[in-house]
Write a protein that binds this ligand. Structure first.
Ligand code: ATP
Ligand code: MG
Length: 411
């Protein structure tokens, strides 16, 4: 779990502002849900035999003996909230969210125990057009960040529950005959969650899978048409993609469309955004059947990518406009008040006051990197004597009014 320090925050703000611009552009509304939920909510939505539920959740009992968990992801809470507030049935909704998520993982570059996701969820729309829209929304963010050329869109279709169940049987049959060649994790999954074997990181398991039945051959007609429609929209929108029939995603709840945006620039943690359709979840959690699609992206991974590619604006949040200080001891309280006046006059500027000893004040002020330095010599009702520096001394002995004027004309 990381601290995010002031020198790092401008990059986070930059990313989040870009995202905000995009979701506004697409008319999605923000939803904020609590960081804790009943553990049961995640067990039921994410699935009992997923990595998250089996070994990654922070679960505890509260003082009343209720089993609660720090949220490992955002979708379950949003579905819970949507049902609770009657936002879903017979309606369409487009939400976005951001915030910390918690998973007990092995920490490494791009993988942390508290990490941050931003994401979108769209409810009440079952067609391929909305699947395309959320993908296009993500592509729009990549374009505005200048990273689209470093990302690959991978898509797949998991089909209907029945088609997937049929495929699962075929896959298990194929792999059971070759069980001894599987890695240990996959051996275990063969009996718990066989589809997850498809995204095993083990090279010999992957080689074995080359001969396995292909998920896309098992698609039901409806899912096939849905997948073609999605591809047609992506083609017309000039969004390049690869079809990866082994893309199944870590969470249990998906059907039909799944997708990931990946990069080869971040090593093993190369997925920066992942999502798909989860038509069964609302009903699973007690609501009326409602189709849904969404994605989540990892902010840490995106920031690592922006940094690696050198596309973070260097000035983000840095430059200080005015450094304001007293030159004589007793004047500090008045300087604070003068700073208030300047800030209300120039709400767009960064104005910092000096609130410490006055020894070597000009040097200290210069070290701040401020564009302009204002040193107050005397201050009486209505008038001040000040020195204004901008690289070199440019003005001395000002009144408040012409200090403001001088700062203004310099802007
Ligand atoms: P992975 O296969 O990398 O574990 P996942 O399938 O568990 O990913 P999702 O639950 O789909 O990931 O989360 C969506 C995105 O959130 C991921 O693509 C990734 O960018 C980010 N993410 C997930 N887990 C972490 C983590 N522990 N630390 C940082 N980012 C993460
Ligand atoms: Mg994971």
């Amino acid at each position: 779990m990381n601290d995010i320090l002031p020198e790092q925050s401008p990059a986070w703000q930059y990313l989040e502002e870009k995202f905000l611009g995009v979701v506004n552009n697409y008319s999605y509304g923000e939803i904020r849900t609590p960081l804790v939920e009943q553990t049961e909510l995640f067990n039921r939505s994410i699935g009992e035999v997923t990595d998250i539920v089996e070994k990654e959740m922070y679960c505890f009992e509260d003082r009343n003996g209720e089993r609660i968990a720090l949220r490992p992801e955002g979708t379950a809470s949003i579905v819970r909230a949507g049902i609770e507030h009657g936002l879903l049935f017979n309606q369409t909704q487009r939400f976005w969210y951001r915030g910390p998520m918690f998973r007990y993982e092995k920490p490494q570059k791009g993988r942390y125990r508290q990490f941050h996701q931003i994401g979108v969820e769209a409810f009440g729309m079952g067609g391929a057009d909305i699947d395309a829209e959320v993908i296009l929304l993500s592509a729009s963010l990549w374009r505005s960040l200048g990273i689209i050329d470093s990302l690959t869109l991978e898509i797949n279709s998991l089909g209907s529950n029945e088609a997937r169940a049929q495929y699962k049987r075929a896959l298990v049959e194929f792999l059971s005959e070759r069980e001894e060649q599987l890695d240990d994790d996959s051996k275990r999954r063969l009996h718990t969650n066989p589809l997850r074997i498809l995204d095993s990181k083990d090279a010999s398991t992957q080689a074995l899978l080359d001969g396995a039945p292909n998920l896309l051959d098992y698609l039901d007609e409806d899912s096939q048409a849905h997948f073609s429609a999605l591809r047609a929209i992506l083609d017309s929108a000039n969004i390049k993609y690869v079809i990866n029939s082994r893309l199944v995603r870590g969470l249990d709840y998906y059907n039909k469309t799944v997708f990931e945006w990946t990069t080869d620039k971040l090593g093993a943690q190369g997925t920066v955004c992942a999502g798909g359709r989860y038509d069964g979840m609302v009903e699973q959690l007690g609501g009326k059947s409602t189709p849904a699609v969404g994605f989540a992206m990892g902010e840490e991974r995106l920031l690592l990518l922006l940094e690696t590619l050198g596309v973070l604006p260097s000035s983000a949040g840095e430059s200080l406009d005015i450094y304001l200080s007293a030159q004589e001891k007793g004047l500090q309280p008045q300087v604070i008040l003068l700073a208030e006046e300047l800030r209300s006059q120039f709400p767009g500027l960064k104005i910092r006051t000096h609130c410490a000893g006055l020894k070597n004040i000009l040097n200290k002020a210069r070290q701040s990197g401020a564009q302009k330095i204002v040193l107050i010599k005397t201050m009486q009702a209505g008038g001040i004597t000040a020195t204004l520096w901008h690289g070199q001394q440019i003005t001395a002995d000002l009144t408040v009014a012409n200090l403001i004027e001088a700062l203004d004309s310099e802007n």
